[in-house]
Design a protein around this ligand. Structure first.
Ligand SMILES: [Zn+2]
Length: 273
């Protein structure tokens, strides 16, 4: 795209680059998004992690609605049927064996967190030896602990230990549902980690800390990441400063007892144990 700009606008852009340290791409993108009233740097989340912990897995939105609000993110499907991966504007379903298929637009979604991914920063990440090592390598790219971040890592993975949930009996609480999760390890595989980092204060309604789903480059394998090993990855980071929470109107949600203290249950459900 080549655009002719008056000198005054060019000067304004250059002084903004000098002032903020942001890239030309980022500044022009934000200005255009404001002009067209398109939301950038916005998290769109359906339902709450607390609702999942309480066993509310009903259909709250469709895949089509999720894709209207974001092209990058993660979630699950009605009845806790597998893991959702949203990447480059397409929604994928990882089943209990880690086999991925594209999700139909009318598939039901009880929980998802997505954004329109617009990377602000790109970096090469050296050898990654574990999940906690990955967290430590990503940490310097977060300037704040009080906003959300989208993180995308592409490359070749020596090993990805992942899980996918299988549908439990209706009403099963999340901690019990994940006891029957299926874990699998993908080795020597190219792909992408789709990640959202959420601040600690968001714990009662989101998943605090790092939350990664993996999808292979051929879009055939994936799941919720428990552990990883990789040699060299490309990291892209976007800070997210707007949060849109779509609360369900289903009877199951309206009548559920949703605790504000879900940290222990989520830590058990989301991490390797
Ligand atoms: Zn997950």
């Amino acid at each position: 795209m080549h655009i002719k700009l008056p000198a005054s606008l060019r000067a304004a852009i250059h002084s903004e680059i000098a002032r903020s340290g942001r890239s030309l791409d980022a500044i022009v993108r934000d200005a255009l998004a404001a002009y067209f009233e398109t939301s950038l740097h916005t998290v769109f989340q359906v339902s709450t992690s607390g609702a999942l912990v309480a066993g509310v897995y009903d259909r709250e939105a469709s895949v089509a609605t999720i894709l209207d609000h974001g092209d990058f993110g993660l979630g699950t499907f009605t009845g806790l049927d597998g893991e959702m991966i949203i990447l480059d504007g397409r929604a994928y379903h990882a089943d209990v064996s880690g086999t991925v298929t594209e999700a139909p637009e009318d598939a039901g979604v009880p929980f998802a967190i997505v954004t329109r991914f617009a990377s602000e920063q790109q970096a090469a990440i050296a050898e990654v030896t574990s999940f906690s090592h990955l967290e430590a390598l990503c940490d310097p790219f977060r300037a704040s602990g009080n906003i959300f971040y989208a993180m995308r890592l592409d490359g070749r993975f020596a090993a990805v230990k992942a899980r996918a949930v299988s549908p439990p009996p209706p009403g099963t609480k999340l901690v019990d549902a994940v006891k029957t999760q299926h874990e699998f390890t993908l080795t020597d595989i190219e792909g992408t980690l789709v990640g959202i980092w959420s601040p600690e204060f968001s714990g009662p309604f989101s998943v605090a800390g790092y939350h990664f789903h993996f999808i292979s480059r051929d879009r055939l394998k994936g799941g919720h990441v428990l552990d990883i090993k990789a040699d060299r990855l490309t990291l892209q980071v976007e800070p997210l400063t707007q949060f849109h929470l779509a609360l369900p109107e289903t009877e199951a949600f309206l009548k559920a007892h949703i605790s504000g203290d879900t940290a222990a249950a989520l830590a058990f459900a989301e991490h390797d144990h």
